[in-house]
Write a protein that binds this ligand. Structure first.
Ligand code: NAP
Length: 675
């Protein structure tokens, strides 16, 4: 294999490595596989992102960007094989690469789909409900969010060159913010190959993404309060970068995902012989060996009831014994190499530190079998399991991260003790508890939740469906307090908000409706022919209103409805019992009868652009309707959301009123309307 030049992509042009480049070596045999380095004009890159990428992205709606992300995910999905091939040289087995590559592509798919469901097909994100700020209703408030006007600088760790890049790009691009990606050098050739596909897809606007192969130079010194740094890596690098005077001085948002002494707790109820014990052993083994333990979420500390320590070590050792280590290209191999010889040295040094407080009970770095590769040349280490007698007295075990297949078993007395020990990690990305007892789970959340970004409960019920202690999911928050960096990534749309500014807007209902492109209470409405059910999705505008009715509700209607549906609840059928209820003056109409009469009043029956009733939201019955009351209904277009090329969702604000003009019911009706 010839040496791969790891190129940068700046100002929409590829820039080859130049000058005094660094050589990147294969994790399998130490051969030089790639070279990286060179100078870039970082000021011009930042300007290009801000002046070209930002405007291009902001011209699109959230849904436009989500559709682009989906197309991009499909594009990458069709080209995965080339990435697997490059990934072997980082020491990753095929299953390791699937976590990285398929996991990254999956994250794009999930973000695309969630954004289309949860964000408007618009450029302004409406955050929460309208706030009534005055008695008369002429002055109201609303929180909205809009994309930051700067650039997101993504600095990634070496362990997941593809997932690490895509999990940050997805929320950034959905937000409408351009990104400059800086992968870790050690595995940058894989990140570059994936980035090249992104560029070649042509799916993103000019300037939306740029790529730095090598140093970030003076880029961080050029950032402003409209920019974001999203960092993944070691605590020491994070500490150094966040102390940059420019980042402090300009209040540049700085999101950090750093190292973490993640714990797994075998619940007090999960004795050997239970499904929980078996699942625990399987999971700890998987976390130690997948990606050769180079996962920020990997289990470093294993807490078990003192009585089950020996059984735990025995069961884990039996599984580790069967784990074939070697050339990741070999299909029998279950654990490949660390990413580099430097990492190997680092892991062995850290394991040496742990050995001052714990005894190694499995794995000897000086005597282990390597299949299909030369152990002397590659970055191979065996899984190493330690056991500690005195976890309370230990310091290093709760503080030193050996970023490899290294973990320590520690005994606990009771659940409170286990949770106290887990908290000694001073803030982690994830802790898992294997228990079938909900009271154990609740105690874990109340006692230790504040110390962990994620708590993962597994048992016989979650079984094979459980996604794994170590798998950050795009739907769920990834990040943790304290030592883990204090950052929060993904978590669905929460992750998008890191790249947007929330602004409180205050004004009249018409002003708020105009800003948000949705009708709000008190804003102007338009009533005119034809009936809105005769208008296509494109022809309807927020505020378009229909008044229909009246319809008088008779006792016969109520009795007919009761008999027809079988709903003979006393409030509709028994005058004395109804009157004795604090809410009703006597027999009242069924709420569902009111809804049905409302539909009967506003529906325009002939075939037309309305394709389907899709449901109701926020239904409230506000006043009882008695026999003899006369109802009217108001139907107002609140908001429109494109769903497919052929149709979109229309959200109607519906109010039902009695003869005195009092509102008796409120809800939002959803219809699917043809374009
Ligand atoms: P690292 O040495 O801190 O490097 C992280 C990133 O920072 C790399 O891209 C690196 O680039 C860059 N960097 C280093 N110095 C820099 C500087 N002065 N200016 C700008 N960028 C700079 O960490 P790593 O060894 O790659 O990753 C391993 C660590 O990451 C482990 O501790 C692991 O726990 C943590 N990690 C955390 C998460 C998480 O989500 N919390 C995920 C994965 C890994 P170069 O490679 O070019 O030096």
């Amino acid at each position: 294999m010839s040496i791969i030049p790891v190129n940068s992509f700046a100002l929409d042009r590829w820039v080859a490595p130049s000058g005094d480049t660094a050589k990147l070596r294969s994790a399998i045999d130490g051969r030089v596989v790639a070279e990286i380095g060179g100078r870039l004009d970082f000021a011009a890159m930042a300007d290009h992102a801000r002046n070209t990428g930002g405007p291009g992205l902001r011209a699109m709606t959230f849904h436009d960007r989500a559709f682009a992300l989906k197309a991009l995910a499909q594009y990458l999905n069709d080209r995965r094989d080339a990435l697997y091939e490059l990934s072997y040289e980082t020491g990753a087995t095929k299953p390791d690469s699937m976590i990285d590559i398929d996991g990254g592509i999956g994250t794009l798919f999930v973000y695309s789909s969630k954004a289309r469901r949860e964000l408007p097909d618009d450029q302004v994100f409406v955050d929460g409900a309208l706030e009534q700020l005055s008695r008369g209703g002429n002055f109201v408030g609303q929180h909205v969010a809009t994309p930051l006007r700067g650039v997101a600088v993504h600095i990634n760790a070496f362990n997941f060159p593809v997932w690490g890049m895509l999990e940050k790009l997805a929320p950034t691009l959905i937000a409408g913010v351009p990104a400059i990606v800086k992968p870790a050098s050690a595995t940058a050739w894989v990140a570059e190959a994936c980035f090249r596909m992104i560029v070649e897809s042509g799916l993103l606007p000019e300037g939306a993404v740029q790529f730095i192969a090598g140093s970030t130079g003076d880029l961080l010194d050029r950032l402003t309060g409209q920019d974001v740094v999203s960092f993944t890596g070691s605590a020491s690098t994070a500490g150094m970068l966040r102390a940059n005077p420019r980042i402090i001085g300009q209040s540049v948002r700085f999101i950090a995902e750093q190292d973490s002494l993640n714990a797994s707790i075998l619940g007090p109820d999960a004795a050997p012989g239970t499904a929980e014990f078996d699942a625990f052993i399987k999971e700890v083994h998987r976390e130690m060996t997948a990606k050769a333990g180079q996962k920020c979420t990997a289990i470093r500390r294993i807490f078990v009831p003192g009585a089950h320590r020996d059984a735990t070590i025995e069961a884990l050792s039996a599984r580790l014994e069967k784990t074939v280590i070697g050339n990741p290209r070999d299909e029998n191999v279950r654990m490949g190499a660390l990413a580099s010889l430097a990492q190997r040295e680092d892991v062995l040094e850290k394991a040496g530190i742990l050995a001052t407080e714990a005894r190694r009970v499995f794995g000897d770095p000086d005597a282990f079998q390597v299949e299909g590769a030369d152990a002397g040349r590659g970055a191979f280490v065996p899984p190493m399991l330690f056991s500690c007698d005195d976890p309370d007295g230990a310091e290093k075990l709760h503080a030193v991260e050996a970023f490899g297949p290294v973990s320590t078993v520690m005994p606990y007395r009771d659940l409170g003790h286990a949770l106290a020990l887990a908290k000694r990690g001073a803030g982690s990305l994830v802790a898992s508890v294997f228990t079938h007892d909900p009271t154990v789970a609740r105690q874990a959340v109340l006692d230790a939740g504040a110390f962990h970004g994620r708590l993962y409960f597994a048992n016989r019920d979650t079984g094979k469906e459980a996604t794994g202690h170590g798998s950050p999911l795009p739907h769920m928050v990834h990040g943790g307090p304290g030592r883990a960096g204090g950052g929060e990534e993904m978590g669905g749309m929460r992750g998008v908000m890191h790249y947007m500014q929330r602004t409180a807007i205050q004004g009249s209902p018409d002003i708020i409706a105009g800003i948000t492109n949705r009708h709000v209470a008190g804003a102007s409405t338009v009533e005119k022919e034809p009936h809105p059910f005769r208008l296509t999705f494109g022809e309807l505008t927020p505020g378009r209103t229909l008044w229909a009715g009246p319809r008088t509700v008779s006792l016969a209607d109520i009795e007919h409805f009761a008999e027809f549906t079988g709903d003979n609840f006393y409030a509709h059928m028994d005058e004395d019992a109804a009157a004795a209820n604090p809410f009703f003056p006597g027999r009242v109409a069924h709420g569902y009868l009111i809804l049905s009469f409302a539909a009967g009043m506003f529906v325009e029956p002939a075939p037309g652009p309305v394709l389907a009733n899709y449901g109701l939201d926020n239904l409230r019955f506000m006043k009882p309707v008695s026999p003899g009351d006369s109802l009217k209904v108001r139907l107002t277009v609140k908001q429109k959301t494109r769903r497919k090329d052929e149709y979109g969702e229309v959200r109607w604000d519906v109010g039902v009123y009695n003869q005195d003009g009092e509102q008796v019911a409120a809800y939002e009706l959803l219809t699917m309307n043809a374009m």
